[in-house]
Design a protein around this ligand. Structure first.
Ligand SMILES: [Zn+2]
Length: 704
């Protein structure tokens, strides 16, 4: 039997082979499509059991099977697996696209919404039906027939434009390569970054060191290179990517910066050719125009209203007020940070004017001077063998659970599997932990759902999560050592995991993280990060790998001080981006003659403390909002931080490991999933609406 079609228990990872994928996907799609046709054609009033339930069952089977395939593709990639993955992905996408356009299904959901039966359904089921009706509407299902072709054409054009925006940025980024021949020009850059630059040059059959605009190459130069000219050259190339300025390297001279100082003074013909090739300026206006047109077809005034209709924030004005308020409070701290940095740069680094390409460099020097400790020193106190039990202990104490390693079929020898049980020993949830970086595993850290909690055939299905990280594996017979940042990442992902695993909902559509508003989904994850800054917690999970000595309190205090280093400057920068995004999609008119860059300039004059050079083309590489789904949603980062900090403040008041606070957090936030609005959940937990005070306090922004 095809293991991908076995839904009786945990995935049978060791048995799944690439040749299982296509037959399983084809069988499930055929089955689902037949069911959809049958449900759509059925006469009579649709009910939960006769209509919604079978649809949920069918989609659950498909998403469980395909979820295993995408998971394996991400963590143990191989050419054969990638091939079947790419071969089947379009079929899956097409199925869901057809589903969202199926007017007969939309009609059934609407009928159910207005049937007498609706009022008798549980709150989660009502929410699922409401969400379905909303999503069909946002997908254009209710447009008059003569408007539909235009709406569809806009959607298609938008996805093509977004893809081009991203490609332009990628091509412009990849195009740049700067070869430095003379080692004396590279003073200050750390050895590992130099080694990588050396290898990059060798790959091109060049001598010397090659620097690119990819983060692992760009960042060390900006942070550490003593050579100011080099920093400026690379900065300029970075901030003019995908703009009207010609790339800093000519197409013939790949790998060699031709006229980095002379941008704009090069050969006109060559400029025109490359400029037209990758410039995102026109795409920005086109994307904004089309989003606005689509919003108006749907009956909204602005694209921002469309974006917020599935989010916790209630109106663009509410978001703007929130950002303006935060800006007002953060700005004095940003000004202080900036003043300290300019004075330090002037007095100790001899930089009379702090330029944009000096900021990261000066900040790193100031940080070192103030907080003399290294990541490597701290790392010795965070061996995996102490950190993991420490993290589990936090969760066990807060929620009265126990976490034990249990056997399960896995995809790699390093992967472990755990079961969370309640005080009666009943399993509540289970998770895989795949901690280490290795070849053929996707980068970064993420949580994904393998099985979602629901009631099925009278029994509750225990939820299962994947927790994936890319930490360094153990070496030299010692346990793996984590940096403090990695410990925070682990807590963050575990927070997402708990949101999925501790749900009490019994219907798929709003169980765990399903149906939770985008701008609130980071609440449980960022909430967990707070414990990594709590002495009460840290002293139990930080012991020196060789001596077993507990992390010295003095070192911990230095870490706390360093935590808020320049948080004022960082906050106003995030606010600048968020305001820019929201205004663009709300009260900005791309046809008014004002450009996006001019809008950004106005916003900077209101909230920023640092002003980049005129040639900076930040909008042209802001792919989050033009290519990444964050349009009128970039504020979510700060919004969720406010929620998580404010939620955590109840623990600060009740004792950070208070089981009472823990149970309340479980009942009102983790347990309810998307069954009610995030605002209702938050208010039920905190006894009031969110306030930004805790965030300001956590960021050291009180007292001025
Ligand atoms: Zn997250």
């Amino acid at each position: 039997m095809n293991p991908l079609l076995d839904f009786s228990g945990l995935p049978r990872f060791p048995e799944i082979k690439p040749e299982h994928v296509t037959p399983a996907v084809d069988a499930l799609l055929a089955e689902n499509r037949a069911l959809v046709d049958r449900l759509a054609a059925e006469a009579g009033a649709p009910g939960w059991d006769s209509f919604v339930q079978p649809l949920e069952d069918a989609n659950e089977r498909l998403s469980r099977a395909w979820g295993q395939v995408s998971h394996l593709n991400a963590v143990v990639n191989s050419p054969a697996l990638r091939e079947v993955y790419n071969e089947n992905l379009p079929k899956i996408t097409a199925y869901y696209a057809d589903l969202s356009q199926n007017l007969a299904l939309f009609g059934k959901f609407k009928a159910l919404r207005s049937a007498p039966e609706f009022e008798a359904l549980s709150a989660p089921r009502q929410k699922i039906i409401d969400n379905e009706v909303r999503d069909f509407r946002l997908g254009g299902a209710e447009l008059p027939e003569d408007k539909k072709p235009r709406f569809k054409a806009i959607q298609e054009e938008l996805s093509a434009l977004s893809a081009r925006f991203e490609e332009n940025l990628l091509d412009a980024t990849n195009d740049f390569g700067l070869i430095v021949e003379n080692e004396s020009e590279l003073a200050g850059i750390p050895a590992d970054a130099l080694q990588a630059a050396r290898e990059a040059a060798q790959k091109d059959d060049k001598s010397g060191w090659k620097f690119t605009l990819h983060a692992p190459s760009y960042m060390p130069v900006m942070q550490y290179a003593d050579n100011r000219g080099l920093r400026e050259q690379i900065y300029r190339a970075y901030v003019t990517r995908a703009s009207e300025f010609p790339p800093a390297t000519s197409p013939e001279g790949k790998g060699k910066a031709e006229h980095p100082q002379g941008v704009g003074h090069g050969c006109k013909a060559a400029e025109a050719a490359t400029t037209a090739l990758w410039d995102n300026t026109g795409l920005i206006a086109d994307i904004l125009r089309l989003r606005r047109e689509a919003a108006r077809l749907l009956g909204f005034d602005h694209y921002a209203d469309v974006s917020l209709s599935t989010k916790m924030a209630q109106s663009p004005q509410q978001v703007l007020d929130f950002l303006d308020d935060l800006a007002k409070r953060a700005k004095p701290y940003a000004e202080r940070d900036y003043r300290e940095l300019t004075e330090f740069a002037r007095d100790e680094l001899g930089l009379a004017n702090l330029a944009a390409w000096d900021v990261a460099y000066a900040a790193e020097k100031l940080r070192l001077k103030r907080y003399a400790f290294s990541d490597n020193e701290v790392k010795q106190y965070f061996p995996e063998t102490v950190v993991l039990p420490g993290m589990f202990k936090v969760v066990e104490t807060l929620y009265g659970l126990s976490i034990k390693q249990t056997p399960a079929p896995v995809w790699h020898g390093d992967v472990r599997f755990y079961t969370l049980s309640d005080s009666k020993g009943e399993p509540v949830g289970q998770f895989y932990l795949d901690l280490y970086a290795r070849d053929h595993k996707r980068g970064g850290a993420w949580m994904d759902d393998a099985i979602t909690r629901r009631r099925k055939d009278g029994a509750v299905q225990v939820p299962v999560a994947y927790l994936n990280c890319n930490f360094s594996a153990p070496v030299g017979g010692k346990p793996a050592l984590f940096t403090h940042d990695e410990v925070i990442t682990l807590f963050h992902e575990f927070g997402h995991g708990l949101h999925h695993l501790l749900t009490r909902i019994e219907d798929l559509g709003v169980s765990g993280i399903s149906g939770v508003e985008w701008d609130a989904v980071e609440l449980p994850s960022q909430f967990m990060e707070n414990f990594c800054w709590e002495w009460e917690v840290v002293r139990h999970m930080a012991k020196h790998v060789d001596t077993g000595e507990v992390l010295p309190r003095s070192l911990f205090d230095k870490m706390i001080d360093a935590k808020n280093f320049q948080s004022g400057m960082q906050t106003v920068r995030q606010i600048e981006f968020s305001l820019f995004d929201m205004h663009l999609h709300y009260d900005f008119d791309p046809d008014s003659g004002k450009t996006a860059l001019q809008l950004l300039d106005e916003i900077r004059r209101r909230v920023a403390v640092m002003f980049p050079p005129d040639y900076n083309r930040f909008p042209n590489n802001f792919s989050h909002i033009f290519a990444g789904g964050y349009g009128a949603g970039y504020y979510s980062y700060k919004w969720a931080e406010v929620l998580s900090a404010d939620a955590y403040s109840l623990f600060e008041e009740s004792g950070v490991l208070s089981p009472e606070a823990g149970h309340r957090f479980w009942s009102e936030i983790l347990g309810v999933g998307g069954s009610r609005s995030a605002l209702e959940s938050f208010t039920a937990f905190r006894g009031r609406e969110p306030s930004i005070d805790a965030l300001l306090r956590h960021n050291g922004m009180t007292g001025i």
